[in-house]
Design a protein around this ligand. Structure first.
Ligand SMILES: [Cu+2]
Length: 164
């Protein structure tokens, strides 16, 4: 009698574990629409932007590297102080489970420090991001004056699924 009860308990625990497993689509952090603004000659640093889609578990972006264009990569935030926009380095960017975090002009961004040459419109370069849990992930950054389709904070329309 008591053995049977224990067995049922074990089965119930096994099923609960299976149900809690994330699906393949949710299990990895996604990096979408990476882009960077062109820079002019003599400009020492440039901003980069992208959208992070959280995995089933919370993660943190800790830093990155883009050795083909910059000496180092920093994580920055931007905020108004009086009527001046100021940038400040942050040690990490939280990516909560299942949440979308946008790095975009005027807010959080990656900063390419010590540019080896100006970033030119139309150019592409590799950016490796380092996450606490997901490890290193490399994406291709597009240099462009304007955000790529889908990266804008305000969708241009045509997506019926957007609700406000
Ligand atoms: Cu910055």
């Amino acid at each position: 009698m008591s053995t049977r009860r224990h067995l049922l308990g074990a089965f119930a625990a096994a099923f609960a574990t299976l149900a809690a497993l994330p699906t393949a689509a949710q299990s990895e952090i996604q990096i979408q629409h990476p882009w960077a603004r062109p820079t002019v000659a003599g400009q020492a640093a440039g901003g980069g932007f992208l959208t992070l889609r959280g995995a089933a578990v919370a993660d943190r972006l800790l830093g990155g590297s883009a050795p083909s264009v910059a000496e180092r990569v920093e994580l920055h935030t931007m905020r108004m102080e009086g009527d001046v926009m100021r940038m400040r380095e942050v040690p990490a960017i939280d990516v909560p489970a299942g949440q979308t975090v946008k790095l975009e002009p005027g807010g959080l961004h990656v900063m390419f420090m010590g540019l080896k040459a100006p970033l030119k419109e139309g150019e592409r370069f590799a950016l490796t991001l380092r996450f606490e849990k997901a490890g290193e992930k490399t994406v291709e950054v597009q240099v462009s004056m304007r955000p790529p389709a889908g990266a804008s904070a305000m969708p241009a329309g045509g997506h019926g699924a957007h609700k406000h």
